[in-house]
Design a protein around this ligand. Structure first.
Ligand SMILES: *[C@@H]1O[C@H](CO)[C@@H](O)[C@H](O)[C@H]1NC(C)=O
Ligand SMILES: *[C@@H]1O[C@H](CO)[C@@H](O)[C@H](O)[C@H]1NC(C)=O
Ligand SMILES: *[C@@H]1O[C@H](CO)[C@@H](O)[C@H](O)[C@H]1NC(C)=O
Ligand SMILES: *[C@@H]1O[C@H](CO)[C@@H](O)[C@H](O)[C@H]1NC(C)=O
Ligand SMILES: *[C@@H]1O[C@H](CO)[C@@H](O)[C@H](O)[C@H]1NC(C)=O
Ligand SMILES: *[C@@H]1O[C@H](CO)[C@@H](O)[C@H](O)[C@H]1NC(C)=O
Ligand SMILES: *[C@@H]1O[C@H](CO)[C@@H](O)[C@H](O)[C@H]1NC(C)=O
Ligand SMILES: *[C@@H]1O[C@H](CO)[C@@H](O)[C@H](O)[C@H]1NC(C)=O
Ligand SMILES: *[C@@H]1O[C@H](CO)[C@@H](O)[C@H](O)[C@H]1NC(C)=O
Length: 517
């Protein structure tokens, strides 16, 4: 019965399509419909064979190319009308759709397939959160951090990363749903957020934001700096306040104080510095101390600091350096005070026994230890100067320097002693020159062919000229070498600051006739 029916239709087709012979192949169907659809929406797809005979019943089937065994839509066209597939969109429909046309209830007609139609199924993105490798509460500078933006749902999703509400910089390596931060540093610290979004059409976008993820990049503690300050205690004793300070390092930081190699104190701080108090005896060997700073990541030692503190002692000297104007008159003075011994000296300056502090009309006290007094020489500044040295941590005792008179006349006077010495020098020079001449004449007589007096003299002249040129360079500072005619070493005063070789000349100039006790 069944086979009779089939053969009847077969005869019909061969009659309709005499050119193709016994078996008929259907023309290629055309599939059309949207290329984007959202999940759970209902969308129509259409399929037809252009110019098909109206009387030929055709069966259309819609499937996804990757799994053609699963038919997702069927349509029977009995009178040449096009197939309509109202499709309830699911994620499985994402891919390339294919329409198959075959003979309706007729397996003798060869079926044909449409071209594929690409369909994107948009699942609105949802449930975004950040996963951190390694855990965000244990990341160290220099390491690599990977943040992944995980979603519970969503297709065709793109990701944006925000750091403290601003888009992350281009320097970050972000691919797909991952943000990779190489060589972490403190500037990567902050609150990260991931925004995932996808788009159906120009007006319909979906997005989902993660919670903020706090990332604190921990820093290794840096080499600590050690410094020692001495304080006087109420009971008359002393203590050393030792400061240990690291430039950076994530707290908590443990500082310990080492005396040579022994740990003598330990302190854990939520800052990058700390203090240790150590009782101190002056003028006694107290060893060398170092700070050991450590946090979870590493530890580092400071340079050693000498804890032996000597109080001020010995002589106090003042070394002046004059500053001359264009007319070679002294216009300015720099006085430098120095005590022979003492680890933390501190200086005070006095004019006619009244203290000079900070900055005044004609002076300025400079340097953290007040060791230098700058003066302009004039009417106001004339008088008797001295300096006193005391311990910075205890000014109850101090040592005075000798007094020094300063005024314009004293500074610029050429004393009789100077004149005498200058004259003597000239005389000696003349004698030497004459001796040379005589010696030269004698030589000439002896080796008349070899040397001439004229040559000898010329050489000398050249040598003197070169010396002059060298001297002219120091035109501002009054140096002995440049002014041999005016300045000569005077009597050394017992209290002069003769230790500094390079400054001894100026200093003696000033002391000349100026120091009174
Ligand atoms: C194809 O569809 C069938 C029927 O739904 C299913 O059983 C099979 O797992 C699918 N194959 C693939 C590769 O998806
Ligand atoms: C096609 O065949 C099926 C069963 O194979 C039958 O149920 C249906 O009625 C037939 N349709 C036509 C139009 O012959
Ligand atoms: C986007 O899709 C929505 C829902 O299908 C529709 O109402 C809207 O007109 C579309 N907009 C554009 C620009 O295509
Ligand atoms: C996320 O969606 C909201 C509205 O739902 C919109 O205002 C916002 O601009 C979107 N953000 C992104 C990054 O697409
Ligand atoms: C450090 O050790 C030395 C002995 O090595 C000791 O004389 C000194 O008092 C110690 N200093 C402190 C501050 O403990
Ligand atoms: C410094 O401290 C760390 C941590 O407490 C410790 O492991 C290390 O041995 C210390 N270094 C020295 C030289 O004491
Ligand atoms: C005074 O302090 C400066 C640093 O401020 C230092 O260079 C100088 O040597 C100190 N002078 C004396 C005499 O202690
Ligand atoms: C300091 O004393 C001297 C001598 O008594 C005097 O000439 C000079 O004017 C005094 N200087 C000041 C600033 O008082
Ligand atoms: C000594 O120090 C105390 C406190 O710092 C201060 O008040 C006093 O004026 C100082 N004395 C001298 C002579 O500098």
């Amino acid at each position: 019965m069944e086979s009779m029916h089939v053969s009847l239709i077969l005869i019909g087709i061969s009659v309709l399509y005499p050119r193709t012979g016994a078996l008929h192949k259907l023309d290629k169907p055309v599939l059309f419909g949207p290329s984007v659809a959202t999940e759970l929406s209902v969308v129509d797809f259409f399929c037809e064979i252009p110019g098909i005979e109206e009387t030929l019943p055709v069966q259309y089937e819609l499937s996804v190319e990757t799994n053609q065994s699963k038919v997702i839509g069927e349509y029977s066209s009995l009178s040449g009308n096009k197939a309509t597939f109202p499709l309830y969109i699911k994620t499985q429909h994402d891919g390339r759709l294919i329409c198959k046309a075959s003979g309706h209830n007729n397996t003798d007609i060869e079926s044909s397939f449409s071209e594929g139609l690409d369909l994107k199924v948009i699942v609105p993105v949802e449930g975004v959160r950040i996963i951190s490798h390694p855990s965000s509460n244990n990341v160290w500078e220099g390491h690599t951090l990977t943040l992944q933006c995980k979603k519970t749902k969503g297709t065709y999703v793109s990701y944006n990363w925000l750091l403290d509400e601003r888009p992350v910089e281009m320097a970050y390596d972000s691919t797909d749903d991952k943000l990779i931060i190489h060589r972490l540093s403190a500037r990567n610290t902050g609150h990260y957020m991931c925004v995932a979004s996808n788009q159906f059409n120009d007006t319909m976008t979906f997005n989902s934001s993660s919670d903020l993820l706090s990332v604190q990049v921990k820093e290794y503690v840096s080499k600590p700096e050690i410094s020692v300050k001495v304080e006087k205690l109420k009971d008359g004793g002393f203590k050393a306040v030792i400061s240990c300070r690291s430039e950076k390092g994530t707290p908590l930081i443990t500082f310990s104080l080492l005396n040579n190699t022994d740990t003598i104190a330990t302190e854990t701080s939520d800052r990058t510095s700390t203090f240790f108090n150590v009782p101190l005896e002056l003028n006694r060997y107290m060893g060398h101390v170092r700070c050991n700073a450590s946090n979870e990541g590493n530890w580092l030692l400071s340079e050693p600091a000498d804890l032996t503190v000597e109080s001020v002692g010995g002589a106090v000297t003042v070394t002046p350096i004059t500053h001359t104007g264009r007319d070679f008159q002294v216009v300015g003075l720099v006085l430098r005070c120095k005590v022979e011994r003492g680890t933390f000296p501190f200086y005070s300056w006095f004019l006619n026994n009244s203290r000079l502090e900070g900055r005044g009309g004609f002076y300025e006290v400079i340097w953290s230890n007040n060791s230098v007094l700058m003066l302009s020489v004039g009417q106001d500044s004339a008088g008797f100067y001295h300096c006193e040295a005391s311990d910075r941590f205890d000014n109850s005792t101090s040592i005075r320097s000798p007094r020094m008179q300063i005024n314009k006349e004293v500074l610029n006077r050429v004393s009789p002693v100077v004149a005498v010495v200058v004259f003597t020098c000239f005389a000696v020079l003349n004698v030497a020159l004459m001796a040379c001449c005589i010696y030269g004449v004698v030589l000439r007589r002896r080796y008349s062919g070899k040397y001439s007096l004229i040559n000898q003299r010329r050489k000398m002249e050249i040598a003197v000229k070169q010396e002059d040129e060298e001297e002219e360079e120091d035109d501002d500072y009054l140096m002995l070498e440049g002014y041999e005619e005016d300045v000569v070493l005077a009597d050394r005063m017992s209290d002069s600051a003769a230790e500094d070789e390079d400054e001894s000349v100026d200093e003696t100039l000033l002391y000349e006739g100026a120091v009174s006790k």
